[in-house]
Design a protein around this ligand. Structure first.
Ligand SMILES: Cc1cc2nc3c(=O)[nH]c(=O)nc-3n(C[C@H](O)[C@H](O)[C@H](O)COP(=O)(O)OP(=O)(O)OC[C@H]3O[C@@H](n4cnc5c(N)ncnc54)[C@H](O)[C@@H]3O)c2cc1C
Ligand SMILES: NC(=O)c1ccc[n+]([C@@H]2O[C@H](COP(=O)([O-])OP(=O)(O)OC[C@H]3O[C@@H](n4cnc5c(N)ncnc54)[C@H](OP(=O)(O)O)[C@@H]3O)[C@@H](O)[C@H]2O)c1
Length: 920
């Protein structure tokens, strides 16, 4: 929202230049108080800052580069700088010199007519000698007099003579023919056609220049290349011309979510606590050649910054690095793409610690309802809580896996009284319970991470492309600690019943110990794969050796060393377990009822360099996930298998097969999932891969699935699974040939023999999706049992709500989008939090969907599943678990369509102000 009090007239012009952002460097940590003040508690450093360059391409073919960042061989700077750098304690990560980046992008250095130095500081000047002598060096007013000569002629100079030797050194003259005034700046029309101006912007360093590039005409838009006019967006914003808006969307700390930040009151409090006004900038600058002059320059810039057709980019703005397109893409469509709005207040993400300290002001309560909050206010009764004063909590969450933890964070941000009840003794959910050797995800680690917090993204380094369970659990613990979630979690508390109460429109929740808690809302976050199931085989319990389910793995793995081990099951869990434990067992016998398709995971370590690159690519990664069918980074191939010749097809499949992760499952032609012939062909491709890895051809055939095609069950990915079966001490028992008759005291009795073991492992899966619900006695209006509501088929609206169970929201409930699950969790939690926020703001105390909406949703989900071969196969995804009497037949359990379609449906409900629901 612009409140420009002194509108600046920008010069008219028809010509534009193409502006491309290049970031060759990241360095830090920067200690804030060196550069700006007064300080904000909790915001002491910037971990790593970029230093931008820009390529400017004029339609005539002329090209300029604005700034060069840090040179790769920075220790070859002039001695004055080379000696100074170690004293900064910076880690300096220069991927390449700008000249190399340009060349790789097809721009020859000989095409560059000039390099502009915004100023002479070491982190902007790069290495001009890497350009040919035909490239001029362009500097600002006063530079030559103050800065020449460079080293070695002047031993104390921060510059090198070689920076400018042999090329024309052009000092900009703002008083000549092509000069003009833009706002308060003296300017120079570089190409003489209004496409690009240099602005004299003194103060930070002698001869400091900004650039103003016209990026579109009619209507005009501009990118202002700020250099170091100031070091941080918070030294420029807000201002009297550009106050902090009431709502910032998307939330700066969660740029990929649907939520907003309403900083008003919190912002005022923060400024007040530091002796500042709401329209004062966050910081004053404390670093620069002439600070009063530089401050006046910033004042002039503020008059341009408030214009919504000017995008100001300061050289070290990490939010631009993380959220704007980089070379070779152009920035020119920035306005059309909404980049201006996304970036202007993005620096507020750096105050994340502050927003967390101060949860209440984040909510968009009408100002009149907003209680006054002191600096250290901790809410114990929210404004909404006043309406719930007879209840223990506003919101109760069941489960402390990813779903429950993120729900807690979001609901807390609403300033509501919230508690998590968790059966386990610690947080982590799936990654707390499943500790078997080899447990890891097959989602790419960096797509399985929460995207809502830039700080969290910045701070967390993955060490493997597909993280193992211990590391994932550590990540969840780190997240829990960072957001101080534990204080609102009650561990060792298994919910046994939840009964809706009328007329209070609340839930009464009872745990195993009989303890009761009341709340307006409940959010179930109990996991889709959380209730382990043992096989229905006579004698389970008779075995006298050690036995356990994979989801209850004992802490001490040594029990397997050199032992005779049996494992029942060949699903995803068994595959991961077998390929690991066969290395330590004396003998390993695998009892296989149904072989599963599996293919190589191709996991590798992530180097520090790769991690830095991943971090820079996070926006792209999340965008890819957002657009993909099932929230993975892998893109669907919309061609049919018949569109390609056999040769092309097999070459394409081979290429996918060699890639890591789910490419071989998700990036094949979509008809593999729907067309029997296509699927048969692809299955045969994989069957041959298996044959090529198993020494014994008879054994190979046993390991190849025959009753379902590739991808029709959840395909687990493996690392050496088949090779395990080539070992003499590993044996496969095909239960179709010799079925299990019973478990005995000594082991497993099949139709032909008794297999004796020291340890017996059940990798027999879960009562998936609805199992956690079945374990709790949910009773809705009039004592209606959820079990009964779902006995004839699951009914939900959006997979998030159920009629007769008001004020209950399900995260990862049945009929909801799963896919790469954290992406779906973030969406579902944001959606629920937004709904509760709406209820709070509109004094709604009763929410439930109608039967009509549930019926419509069922039909919608069913229709999406038509033609999918996966729905013709028994698996947990089609609701089958042969060990459970109630799950012998297939049912509609999960959303069958694409994730973007799911989100579209839910977004539309929100846009209709939730009028699909009965609200009271
Ligand atoms: C071995 C394994 C590997 C997986 N790999 C992947 C993968 O690669 N990619 C992917 O996207 N997904 C994967 N998943 C799915 C995984 O479950 C989700 O990714 C995600 O962790 C689910 O988080 P959640 O919080 O919704 O549920 P969970 O992590 O299951 O957490 C639910 C929590 O609720 C608690 N709870 C349940 N009932 C009660 C009760 N009555 N009272 C109190 N507390 C209760 C549980 O103790 C648990 O802590 C995998 C699952 C398994 C089992
Ligand atoms: N990221 C990962 O790599 C990963 C790892 C583990 C789990 N997961 C997730 O968790 C899901 C569940 O995996 P899961 O392996 O735990 O369970 P699962 O896929 O349901 O596999 C259970 C296995 O146990 C067998 N089984 C069950 N009862 C049996 C009985 N009475 N006799 C003989 N065999 C019996 C099943 O055989 P039948 O097929 O014949 O029923 C099947 O092989 C996966 O699909 C996946 O979504 C992911």
């Amino acid at each position: 929202m612009s409140a420009n009090t002194t509108p600046v007239q920008l010069p008219a012009g028809r010509e534009t230049v193409t502006v491309k952002l290049i970031n060759p460097v990241n360095f830090g940590p920067a200690i804030l108080k060196r550069f700006m003040g007064p300080d904000v508690p909790g915001l002491e450093t910037f971990k790593d800052s970029p230093s931008f360059s820009f390529l400017l391409e004029h339609p005539s073919g002329r090209k300029l580069v604005f700034d060069l960042g840090i040179r790769k061989d920075y220790m070859n700077h002039a001695p004055k700088i080379a000696d100074y750098l170690p004293t900064t304690n910076y880690t300096i990560d220069v991927s390449k010199n700008v000249v190399d980046i340009l060349e790789e992008g097809g721009v020859s250095p000989s095409e560059i007519e000039g390099v502009i130095w915004s100023h002479w500081h070491w982190d902007h000047i790069g290495d001009p000698s890497s350009f040919p002598p035909t490239t001029n060096l362009i500097v600002g007013p006063g530079f030559k007099k103050a800065m020449l000569p460079g080293f070695p002629a002047n031993p104390d100079s921060p510059l090198l003579e070689s920076d400018y030797a042999g090329r024309e050194l052009v000092e900009m003259d703002c008083t000549g023919e092509q000069s003009l005034t833009i706002g308060g700046f003296q300017a120079y029309d570089y190409f003489g056609d209004g496409s690009f101006y240099l602005l004299d912007s003194p103060g930070h360093a002698i001869g400091h220049l900004c650039g103003l590039a016209r990026t579109t005409s009619s209507p005009d838009t501009f990118v202002l290349l700020g250099g170091d006019v100031c070091h941080y967006a918070g030294i420029l914003r807000p201002s009297v011309h550009l106050p902090v808006p009431e709502t910032i969307t998307p939330h700066p700390c969660n740029p990929f979510g649907t939520g907003s930040l309403c900083p008003g009151h919190a912002w005022e409090e923060l400024q007040k606590s530091r002796g500042r006004e709401a329209t004062d900038t966050l910081f004053d600058m404390t670093f620069g050649g002439d600070i009063p002059l530089a401050t006046r320059t910033v004042g002039k810039l503020q008059e341009l910054d408030c214009l919504d057709n000017v995008l100001v980019i300061i050289a070290h703005d990490s939010t631009v690095r993380d959220r704007a397109p980089h070379f070779p893409e152009s920035l020119n469509a920035w306005k059309e793409k909404g980049l201006g709005e996304r970036l202007k207040w993005a620096f507020f993400r750096d105050l994340e610690v502050y927003w967390n300290l101060f949860p209440l002001p984040l909510v968009s309560l009408p100002k009149t309802q907003m209680p006054y909050l002191g600096r250290h206010f901790q809410p114990n009764m929210s404004a909404f809580g006043v309406a719930n004063k007879d209840l223990d909590y506003d919101v109760l969450i069941i489960g402390a896996g990813l779903s429950g933890l993120y729900s807690l964070h979001r609901i807390r941000q609403l300033g509501l009284r919230v508690k998590v009840l968790e059966a386990g003794e610690a947080e982590g959910g799936t990654w707390f319970w499943n500790r078997y050797p080899g447990a890891r995800f097959d989602s790419e680690s960096y797509s399985y991470i929460f995207s809502f917090s830039q700080e969290l993204l910045d701070e967390w380094d993955w060490t493997e492309h597909f993280s193992p369970q211990p590391e994932t659990l550590k990540y969840i613990q780190y997240f829990t600690k960072k957001f101080r979630l534990k204080k609102d979690i009650q561990f060792n508390t298994r919910v046994k019943s939840a009964h809706f109460q009328t007329p209070s429109n609340s839930w009464l929740v009872t745990d195993e110990e009989g303890r009761q808690i009341s709340s307006r809302y409940i959010i179930t976050a109990m996991g889709i794969l959380n209730q382990p199931t043992l096989p229905v085989i006579e004698g389970v319990g008779d075995f006298k050796g050690q036995a356990w389910h994979t989801a209850r793995w004992p802490a001490d793995h040594s029990a397997l060393e050199g032992k005779r081990v049996g494992i029942i099951g060949t699903g995803a869990t068994a595959i991961q377990t077998i390929q690991e434990i066969y290395k330590i067992c004396g003998t390993l016998t695998v009892f296989q009822r149904t072989p599963n398709w599996t293919a190589p995971l191709r996991n590798t370590k992530i180097t520090a360099e790769e991690m830095a690159d991943i971090r820079r690519r996070y926006p792209t990664i999340f965008q890819q996930c957002l657009e993909s069918y099932s929230c993975f980074i892998h893109v669907t191939d919309n061609r049919k298998t018949t569109d390609l010749s056999r040769e092309e097809l097999f070459a394409h499949w081979e290429e996918l097969f060699q890639q890591p992760g789910f490419a071989k499952v998700l990036s094949v032609s979509t008809d593999v999932a729907t067309d029997r012939e296509a699927n048969k062909l692809y299955s045969e491709f994989h069957a041959n891969k298996i044959r090529s890895r198993i020494n014994d051809p008879v054994l190979a055939e046993k390991l190849i699935p025959k009753n379902h095609g590739f991808g029709t069950r959840r395909v687990p990915l493996e690392s050496g699974y088949y090779e395990a079966f080539n070992q003499p001490h590993v044996k496969l028992v095909d239960l179709h040939e010799t079925p299990i008759e019973r478990i005995t005291e000594k082991g497993v009795k099949t139709s032909d023999q008794e297999h004796e073991f020291d340890v017996l492992i059940y990798a027999t899966g879960f009562d998936a999706v609805t199992g956690s619900f079945g374990a709790v006695d949910f009773q809705g209006i009039g004592g209606q049992k959820l079990k009964d509501t779902w006995s004839g088929g699951i009914q939900t609206y959006l997979g998030l709500t159920v009629m007769d169970f008001p004020n209950m929201f399900m995260i990862m409930g049945p009929h909801q989008m799963f896919g790469n699950i954290p992406r779906s969790i973030e969406y579902a939690v944001d959606w629920v939090a937004d709904f509760i926020e709406y209820a709070r703001d509109n004094d709604v105390r009763f929410i439930q969907p109608t039967q009509e909406k549930m019926d419509g949703w069922y039909k919608h989900v069913e229709r999406l599943g038509e033609g999918l071969l996966a729905n013709e196969v028994d698996s947990w995804m089609t609701g089958v678990n042969k060990n459970l009497a109630a799950k012998q037949k297939r049912s509609l359990t999960r959303y069958n369509g694409p994730a973007p379609g799911y989100r579209k449906e839910c977004d539309a409900v929100k846009e209709r102000n939730y009028s699909d629901f009965v609200l009271g």
